[in-house]
Design a protein around this ligand. Structure first.
Ligand code: NAI
Ligand code: MG
Length: 354
């Protein structure tokens, strides 16, 4: 029996609610479709409650604990009673850098049966895969404050773009584009205004694209991209973007594909030297936490990305097919996609379809 060890961090708010359903779905899929494989789950109670009790969001040996696992399944963190900068800067962003999860993969797909906010879009017509740089760029913790809390306060926030960092994410995106039927790639830039970082990004793009003559690629300014994500989202296949641009554009791609409650993501270290982390794009949604009405499908689809990463392809496909079947039929859907089912009812329907 091949065992895959997975660290599970539900986190805060709706995080544990949706992750419970993702765990059920991936367990059921592996038991049925990848016989001879077994998922071994370790549940870790880290997040804002842990912080309030202990003064830190994970224990001192927490990173070592995570490093011993094959993958991490993560819900969301964020609690209105503590500043958002604590979970983001003590857990989320350090994890991406410590484990060098430089590829943030965010698919957006318009499933059959999901109401689209744009008129006249057929199921499957929106099918894009965003590769967001995940370790440097605009989210590098570089900068400082001068004269804080005075009326002459100054803030310096520095972006960090490295040739190697740009090249490796752009290369990963081209490799991803090569495997998709349309073989199309759009590189998001803003080099007309950001003279240093974004021109380096463009240089890296021009260098890497030479190795992929079979992929049709072009470069697009981020503001034009935002417009086209709404105006003609079907024109995008693979999109590669910096940390900030990718973050913003993927909330937009999630919205045009029906709901943030369907948006999955993977934070991948392609070398597998450290564990990769899989999480829904959404946050802890304190406005609906504890009500049992959160859509678990973003978490479930993140579970499918985790199974892809573990090369349990039959299980991963079974989970995606089950989600598609549940969304197409009207048996169980949560409020954000036009129904009134509970989180658990949707989880039940996925498990049954798997
Ligand atoms: P959010 O994604 O938690 O919620 C935005 C809106 O979408 C809310 O109206 C919420 O009810 C709805 N929503 C989100 N997920 C849903 C789901 N699965 N089903 C149905 N509706 C859903 O973003 P918000 O409100 O900006 O942030 C809330 C907290 O989450 C903050 O503390 C923030 O820092 C944190 N956050 C954490 C993230 C993470 O852990 N990766 C990512 C984004 C936000
Ligand atoms: Mg975001």
């Amino acid at each position: 029996m091949a065992t895959h060890s997975i660290a599970v961090i539900g986190g805060d708010g709706i995080g544990p609610e949706v992750i419970a359903q993702a765990v059920r779905a991936i367990q059921a899929a592996v038991a049925k479709h990848d016989r001879g494989h077994e998922l071994h789950l370790t549940h870790l109670p880290w997040g804002s409650e842990f912080y309030k009790k202990h003064g830190h969001i994970l224990p001192a040996d927490g990173w070592d604990t995570l490093a011993r696992h094959d993958a991490i399944l993560f819900g969301a963190v964020g609690d209105p009673s503590i500043p958002d900068t604590i979970p983001v800067h003590q857990l989320l962003l350090p994890m991406r850098r410590k484990f060098d999860q430089y590829v943030n993969l965010r698919p957006a797909y318009l499933f059959d049966g999901v109401p689209c906010p744009l008129a006249g879009k057929a199921p499957g017509s929106i099918d894009m895969l965003v590769y967001r740089e995940n370790t440097e760029g605009e989210y590098a913790p570089v900068g400082g404050k001068l004269y804080p809390d005075t009326d002459k306060e100054v803030a310096v926030q520095t972006s960090v773009f490295t040739r190697a960092g740009c090249e490796r994410i752009i290369r990963a995106a081209f490799e991803g584009a090569r495997k998709r039927p349309r073989k199309k790639l759009t590189s998001i830039t803003k080099s007309n205004a950001l003279l240093y970082g974004m021109t380096l990004w463009d240089v890296a793009y021009e260098a890497v694209r030479k190795d992929f003559p079979d992929v049709q690629s072009h470069s697009l300014l981020v503001d034009a991209a935002a417009m086209d994500f709404v105006r003609k989202p079907e024109s995008f296949d693979v999109v590669v973007a910096s940390n900030l641009f990718g973050d913003i554009l993927t909330d937009l791609s999630a919205a045009v594909a029906g709901s943030i409650g369907l948006a999955s993501s993977a934070n991948v270290n392609p070398t597998k030297k450290f564990p990769s982390m899989f999480e829904p794009v959404h946050g802890s949604a304190p406005d609906i936490a504890g009500q049992g009405i959160a859509n678990p499908l973003a978490a479930v689809l993140s579970g499918a990305l985790l199974l892809d990463h573990l090369e349990l392809r039959a299980s991963a496909d079974a989970v995606r097919k089950a989600v598609a079947a549940v969304l197409k039929s009207d048996t169980a859907r949560t409020k954000d996609v036009g129904g009134n089912a509970t989180t658990v009812q949707v989880g039940d329907a996925v498990v049954a379809a798997v």
